[in-house]
Design a protein around this ligand. Structure first.
Ligand code: GDP
Length: 305
């Protein structure tokens, strides 16, 4: 699995690696004078690693270079890799798992980020693993969102609880929770709106959905996953902070990693938000969702071949 992840991440990072990897090789071989440091800084920023993480990475490279027993470029690369790994937050202390079914996952994210597609892919993964999955179409605002989720449900073999367009999303969630309990569902995946008339409305509605879930199943949702579009790079941070502030995100899904040259933003975003990356989307296909593995990701980004 680790090797498969490494290959998939590397394939997905092809746009980020293009030009980046040769340049990195060149720079790591050079004497670390101020010009080289500046070039290295520019290179990391161009991959959207972000100013704060870039500074920390440069410090690490400078530190190993300064050591008397410094052996060469491989050691610099290793220092970079280790420092990046340290920037990925660990899974924080979580309240003890409820243990009761269903495991409730709330999906959050702006329109177009890849939320519905991610729900479909995750449902497929869970169903393949022998779990009973139910989907809830609580994005009742965007035209076509309900039908899109129903299409995914059909494709992967999961039932979808839906009301009419414009219906109260909390009512959909309430019905979905009841249905999930009655049917002995293992995982309930809830789609939510990415946009309402105003941003304030959206955040208030998400809070309300959260409250409804918590009232019906104390301790739930078990996971609140924020889906971010990798092609936005670290520009997605502002948006991410708003969702996180409103409902407390427990994990990130980075969708469309295959479509971006800003793959370094995965580091910047995880580091800045202090929220673990849980999954990465590597394409539009039903199987193109992988659990995030920091080691595989960092090697896929920085290893020369
Ligand atoms: P939503 O509005 O957040 O529900 O976004 P959608 O799930 O409808 O996705 C928006 C677009 O992004 C669709 O065309 C998807 O096929 C595409 N998409 C989603 N995830 C990925 C991914 O990992 N890779 C690529 N290349 N495209 C993706």
């Amino acid at each position: 699995m680790a090797f498969e992840l490494f290959s998939r991440f590397k394939e997905s990072l092809h746009r980020t690696r293009k030009g980046f990897i040769e340049r990195l090789e060149d720079l790591l071989k050079k004497k670390l004078d101020p010009l080289t440091i500046e070039e290295l800084e520019e290179l990391l920023l161009s991959a959207d690693v972000g100013p704060s993480a870039t500074r920390l990475l440069l410090d690490s490279v400078q530190k190993v270079h300064g050591r008397r027993d410094f052996t060469g470029p491989e050691e610099s690369r290793l220092a970079l890799k280790e420092r990046i790994l340290s920037l990925f937050p660990e899974e924080g202390a979580r309240p003890p798992a409820r243990g009761d079914k269903p495991f409730v996952v709330l999906f959050l994210g702006a329109n177009g980020s890849g939320k519905t597609t991610t729900i479909g892919k995750l449902a497929k993964r869970l169903i393949d693993g022998g779990h009973k999955v139910l989907l809830a179409a609580a994005d009742t605002f965007r035209a076509g969102a309900i039908e899109q989720l129903q299409l995914w449900g059909k494709k992967v073999g999961a039932d979808v609880i839906a009301h009419q367009a414009e219906a109260d999303p909390s009512a959909v969630v309430f019905d979905a929770l009841k249905a999930a309990k009655a049917r002995g569902i293992d995982h309930l995946l809830i789609d939510t709106a990415g946009r309402l008339h105003t941003k304030k409305n959206l955040m208030e509605e998400l809070k309300k959905i959260n409250r409804v879930i918590g009232k019906e199943l104390p301790g739930a949702p078990d996971e609140s996953l924020l889906v971010l579009d990798a092609t936005f790079g670290s520009n997605a941070l502002v948006q991410a902070r708003e969702f996180h502030g409103a409902v407390g995100v427990t994990g990130l899904v980075i969708a469309k990693l295959d479509g971006t040259a800003k793959g370094g933003s995965v580091i910047a975003i995880a580091h800045e938000l202090k929220v673990p990356v849980k999954y990465v989307g590597t394409g539009e296909g039903v199987d193109d969702l992988y659990p995030f593995d920091p080691d595989a990701f960092v090697s896929a980004l920085l290893d020369p071949s």
